[in-house]
Design a protein around this ligand. Structure first.
Ligand SMILES: NC(=O)c1ccc[n+]([C@@H]2O[C@H](COP(=O)([O-])OP(=O)(O)OC[C@H]3O[C@@H](n4cnc5c(N)ncnc54)[C@H](OP(=O)(O)O)[C@@H]3O)[C@@H](O)[C@H]2O)c1
Length: 301
């Protein structure tokens, strides 16, 4: 009966279906059949989607936390797109992730996500066909003014714009570009912020804090669609390119001391939280800022 109803709903033209409903006594039965057909069709569509596997997009997936998140999500997603500005870096990372996964599931994409045209080109390349994006990890960013100097107002303006542009725009633009194709229901948007959003340094912390307010609004707006939106705010994390030339044994020891655990986090430890937020199990978890910092914000007592 369900099969007949499904075929009728797919094949019978609307006029014919309306005429069949118009026959006295047929109305309730046909309404019920149409409802069952719609349910069957949507469960068939859902199965096709599941068969295709999950698609994740990870900005800054070529190094550090983003790369660890790519490796973690490769357990559960059959297709992963990683985006970065350096073509060589991102291509190499994709090759290594594919080699580790033993299959070709990671695709490298080069784009500067501060630039709308480049974001649009990336979005167009990701959204070919009718593929939905299951997971978006907005991880690209960094402290692009690590040594601010007391300057004039023009210098201060430049420093704020550099860190705002480098941390807020990649998340906001990529999310807005992909929003129409984020899976509804079931989509996951996860943005990497920082402990700096709670305690500076000013231009970097201010930019990351802006992502908290943006994510809160997005979480409220997208909850009715079944999309969750969360922030992961790491403390000091080792083994990334974040600190560049600043890293030294003394620098590391100073940062590690900020946590009562007396160590930095590892990219995989941040990735584990990202992977949980991306999972089906986290469907009721939205609008949160999850801190992963070894207790650093508590101080050392
Ligand atoms: N490491 C820490 O202690 C720490 C602590 C708290 C928060 N975080 C945050 O964690 C995130 C990841 O940082 P990480 O520590 O893993 O450092 P990382 O190794 O430098 O990773 C940052 C990644 O983002 C990419 N990226 C930066 N700007 C981009 C842009 N405009 N467009 C596209 N890709 C861009 C970089 O690649 P390209 O240079 O090739 O573009 C790089 O792969 C950042 O948002 C950072 O602020 C880090």
């Amino acid at each position: 009966m369900i099969l007949i109803a499904l075929l009728t709903s797919m094949v019978a033209p609307p006029l014919l279906r309306r005429a069949m409903r118009a026959i006295p006594g047929n109305h309730d039965e046909h309404a019920r059949e149409e409802e069952l057909a719609a349910q069957a069709a949507s469960s068939l569509a859902a199965r096709r989607v599941t068969d295709m596997g999950r698609l994740a997009v990870i900005s800054g997936g070529g190094s550090g936390i983003g790369r660890a998140a790519s490796a973690a999500l490769a357990q559960d997603c059959t297709e992963i797109v990683i985006i970065g500005r350096r073509a060589e870096r991102i291509t190499e990372a994709a090759a290594e992730l594919n080699a580790a996964a033993g299959s070709c599931r990671v695709r490298a994409m080069t784009a500067d996500l501060r630039e709308p045209e480049q974001v649009q080109a990336a979005v167009d390349a990701i959204t070919t066909g009718d593929r939905a994006v299951d997971v978006l990890v907005n991880n690209a960013g960094g402290n692009f003014v690590p040594f601010p100097v007391q300057g004039d107002l023009a210098t201060e303006r430049r420093d704020w714009l550099v860190n705002f542009t480098g941390n807020v725009l990649p998340a906001v633009l990529l999310t807005s570009g992909l929003l129409p194709v984020i899976r509804r229901p079931g989509g996951r948007i996860i943005t990497v912020s920082s402990i700096a959003a709670f305690r500076g340094p000013a231009t970097y912390g201010g930019a990351k804090a802006a992502l908290h307010a943006w994510s809160a609004e997005l979480a409220t707006r997208l909850a009715p669609d079944g999309i969750t939106v969360n922030v992961v705010a790491p403390g000091y994390v080792t083994g990334t390119e974040f600190y560049g030339q600043r890293m030294s044994p003394e620098f590391h020891a100073g940062r590690a001391r900020q946590s009562p655990m007396n160590r930095g986090g590892e990219p995989a430890e941040i990735a584990a939280t990202i992977a949980h937020l991306a999972s089906a199990a986290a469907g009721y978890l939205t609008g949160q800022v999850i801190q992963v910092n070894g207790g650093a914000l508590l101080g050392r007592g």
